[in-house]
Design a protein around this ligand. Structure first.
Ligand code: NAP
Length: 558
């Protein structure tokens, strides 16, 4: 190893969303220097990119937030059950201001390469502007669902009006009185359509696979509700930590649909139909485990969906059949009057799955095999390359010089979604094979695990950690074993992003640990308690005398 020079930063991270902010808090507390880069002009991650009308969280506000500070939880007031992107962004600014995080954040800076330099035991990170910075630890905080998928539709570039991915909504777009065509009908479209329906002249959705749609049932935050939340935040934080999807939901206390009479089941389904995903978790404990119970839940949702749509032919396109696929094989969207929007005269749906497949985009609109539809604006609400997209978007090259994109050609393996074999001193927040859960909960758990691992490295004088290949194989085998036992296993048949099955050029793969986020958090805790057995720690011949903790004074913060 070369005589070690102090790297520019102890830690460089990419992505100034929830994960970037959590890292700044935990790593600064550990006395490390950190710089978070983001190519956006603002912090916020998902909530700075997804500015389409109607964009809002599907988790309820009071637990879709960073939980590292009791003071912050008390100080911030949410205005409604589900905050829209503006409110979430305002909250993130509040956190960054209140915790004096801005000095650690560099916006408008795209990272185009990250290379592990074996001889120096550090990472070299290169920006689009040609600058490079070094760091001992490189951490991805780029988000799990952040890399848009733009479909290769014939004629896409010929359209004369604005055409863009939903996650790149132009700030100054005026859609009032315009004809808007939307390709795709996932969670994004479900939020977008009702938000623009009243002002646009016409809204037409080009629809493939129907979704099980649950109602959000938005409501304002009242002073009484806020008080109840703030009086019980310790319990809410613990609920998130102990829930299978990181949500502050109650449980069904072992109640099984399979052991409940049809009449009683119906009563419980109906009584709990109060909005949010909590319906799935607070009614019965076997809805995601038993095919029969899952089917009853699916049939209930189907009935509820059809009741809200006036025209049976439209309902036939929008509503799944129980035989199509199990509830949760695709991520169900929450809606705010999406289905009712199709009762308006100016909102239409075109079935491009069966009746009239998409043929091409033209200069003036969209042509199917049966018709041509004229538009002023086309929105590609076609989803994301989840888990791996951002990590493959620029070369991140490890010890053997292979990029993550090359490594993950056939399978996207990791150790608990936080470390990757052959990539020393690299961490990923909610990388592949982490659970799919309320993201701030998982981000918080990952950030603590990472911060504690770095503290061990620094206090014990290590230069490098190398994620063990055996640990990666073991975690991947566990994730795959669990996956085949779940009903989500059929996600590849319905193009679910949860298996990367929405990417034409990639083989579907097991991207998610479905063993329960709570069990995953237990696994992280156990790993930390046991001294990170998944990693091999090394001291190199010329020790890194400039380790961060010894030299950096933590700034005052919460
Ligand atoms: P998505 O759920 O993956 O939906 C993409 C849609 O585009 C699907 O209807 C898909 O049809 C269609 N599509 C893709 N390629 C196509 C093509 N070539 N031709 C025609 N149709 C095509 O994407 P999303 O709606 O952006 O949501 C993705 C995830 O982001 C969500 O599941 C959620 O986790 C997250 N999200 C969260 C929120 C929130 O929490 N508030 C809001 C929005 C998104 P097929 O289904 O047939 O493939």
């Amino acid at each position: 190893m070369d005589q070690q020079q102090k790297p520019d930063f102890d830690v460089i991270s990419v992505g100034a969303g929830f994960a970037g902010l959590a890292l700044i808090h935990h790593l600064r507390e550990a006395g490390l220097s950190i710089r978070v880069f983001d190519r956006a002009s603002d912090i916020g991650g998902t909530w700075t990119w997804n500015r389409y009308p109607g964009a809002m969280t599907d988790s309820e506000s009071y637990y879709y937030c960073l939980m590292f500070s009791k003071e912050l939880l008390q100080e911030w007031s949410w205005t409604q059950r589900y905050p829209d992107w503006k409110e979430t962004l305002a909250y993130m600014h509040f956190v960054a201001d209140r915790c004096d995080m801005w000095p650690h954040i560099q916006l408008n800076t795209e990272i185009v390469a990250a290379d592990y330099q074996k001889e120096k035991a550090n990472w070299k990170v290169t920006t689009a502007g040609g600058e490079s910075f070094t760091c001992k630890y490189f951490i991805s905080s780029m988000g799990m669902i952040s890399h848009p998928v733009i479909p290769d539709i014939k004629g896409k570039d010929s359209f004369k009006g604005p055409i863009f991915h939903s996650a790149r909504w132009p700030e100054d777009l005026d859609y009032k009185g315009k004809r808007v065509g939307i390709i795709g009908a996932g969670a994004t479209t479900v939020q977008l359509v009702p938000a623009i329906a009243a002002d646009a002249a016409e809204v037409t959705v080009f629809h493939r696979t129907p979704n099980y749609i649950l109602p959000a049932m938005q409501k304002p935050m009242t002073p009484e509700w806020e008080k109840e939340i703030k009086d019980n935040y310790d319990e809410i934080v613990a609920m998130c930590r102990n829930h299978g999807f990181g949500m502050a939901f109650g449980t069904a206390n072992g109640r099984m649909a399979m052991e409940t009479s049809a009449e009683e089941r119906e009563r419980i389904f109906e009584e709990n139909w109060t909005g949010s995903f909590r319906w799935v978790f607070e009614t019965f404990d076997d809805l995601l485990g038993s095919p029969e119970a899952n089917r009853w839940a699916s049939e209930f949702i189907i009935r509820k969906m059809r009741e809200r749509i006036n025209e049976p032919e439209i309902a036939d396109i929008l509503v799944p059949k129980a035989d199509d696929y199990p509830l949760f094989a695709k991520r169900p969207p929450l809606d705010h009057d999406y289905l009712e929007a199709f009762n308006r005269d100016n909102v239409h749906v075109v079935d491009i799955k069966i009746r009239e497949p998409l043929a091409e985009i033209t200069e003036t609109g969209i042509r199917t095999t049966k018709d041509h539809y004229e538009f002023d604006i086309i929105v590609l609400a076609t989803g994301f390359q989840a888990y791996t997209g951002a990590l493959e978007a620029f070369p991140i090259r490890g010890e053997s010089g292979i990029s993550l994109k090359e490594k993950w050609k056939d399978e996207s393996q990791s150790i608990m979604g936080v470390c990757i074999a052959d990539y020393p001193n690299l961490f990923t927040i909610t990388g592949p094979q982490a659970p799919f859960a309320n993201l701030p909960t998982s981000i918080g758990q990952n950030a603590v695990w990472i911060a504690n691992c770095i503290k061990k490295m620094e206090t014990e004088g290590y230069d490098v950690f190398k994620p063990r290949k055996e640990a990666e194989e073991q975690w991947s085998a566990t994730v795959a074993d669990i996956h085949v036992q779940t009903l989500m296993n059929s996600g590849d048949e319905v193009n679910s992003w949860m298996m990367g099955a929405n990417l034409g050029d990639k083989k579907p793969r097991v991207l998610i640990y479905f063993g329960g986020a709570n069990n995953y958090y237990d696994a992280l805790d156990q790993s930390a308690e046991q001294g990170y057995p998944e990693l091999e720690f090394e001291k190199l011949s010329a020790p890194n005398l400039d380790s961060g903790i010894a030299e950096n004074n933590a700034k005052p913060h919460i």
